[in-house]
Ligand binder design. Structure first.
Ligand code: CTP
Ligand code: CA
Length: 225
């Protein structure tokens, strides 16, 4: 009974999960990206399915195996596409987990042909524009949705994470130290701290991302109940 009850704690919940780093094109052959592998988001999507949720999964990583049992799989590349896709499914969502590493800046102009250098070219300047903050926008728009954000930090982890928790109006923030090589970006393990409004932060021990993902969603299920 415990095994059946435990894993089905998100039964009937519509959960939207985003994963991977966005890619912001410069020209047809180049883009601005980041070191996010998408593995944490994939682990969250898989754990949400295992807990009985209807999962809409939005990813920037078509080369990774599709998690089994999804309600819907959608691929995007850019922050703008991610925002459009997330907002189209937001109203029907009960939980949104923004594990994607959204680019903060994109090239101000997309050049439609491959940018060429000349023999005497020694430098090049690229002007970048801010992208929309998807999570902060959802935080302003939410009515009933439970919002989970992530914070990737190399310094002053808890302080920056607290600021993001409040500024983006999220219900649960997963703070991720990306300065250490055994956890976070690109690897299979992670150690995170969970922050909630008006609660003492809780640090989870270094573990496989699948274990961390389940712990995050167990907390979500508790807070929804
Ligand atoms: N995020 C987002 N849209 C953006 C940037 C970030 O939705 N344009 C979301 C991420 O998916 C994550 C959270 O905001 O859930 C925090 O992302 P992070 O990069 O850690 O923080 P930023 O607010 O972008 O601040 P900074 O990068 O300057 O630390
Ligand atoms: Ca950022």
């Amino acid at each position: 009974v415990a095994q059946q009850f435990g894993p089905q704690r998100l039964s009937g919940q519509n959960v939207v999960v985003t994963a991977g780093g966005t890619q912001e094109p410069i020209d047809p052959v180049r883009y601005i990206g980041n070191r996010s592998s998408g593995k944490m988001g994939y682990a969250v999507a898989q754990a949400a399915v295992a807990m009985g949720a209807n999962v809409i999964f939005i990813s920037t990583r078509p080369e990774l195996p599709v998690p089994a049992g999804l309600h819907k799989m959608i691929y995007v590349e850019t922050a703008a596409q991610l925002q459009g896709t997330v907002s189209s499914v937001f109203e029907g969502a009960d939980v949104v987990v923004m594990a994607a590493a959204v680019a903060d800046f994109k090239p101000a102009q997309y050049v439609t042909h491959k940018i060429k250098k000349q023999p005497n070219t020694t430098e090049m300047q690229l002007t970048l524009d801010r992208t929309p903050d998807i999570l902060a926008t959802l935080g302003q728009q939410k009515t009933h949705q439970f919002l989970v954000g992530f914070a990737a930090e190399t310094d002053d982890l808890l302080q920056h994470a607290q600021t993001k928790l409040a500024a983006k109006n999220v219900d649960l923030l997963v703070a991720n130290d990306v300065s250490q090589h055994d956890r976070g970006f690109g690897v299979d393990q992670n150690a995170v701290t969970l922050l909630q409004p008006n609660a003492v932060p809780e640090t989870l021990a270094l573990a496989d991302k699948s274990v961390i993902a389940t712990q995050i969603l167990e907390r979500v299920a508790e807070l929804l109940a």
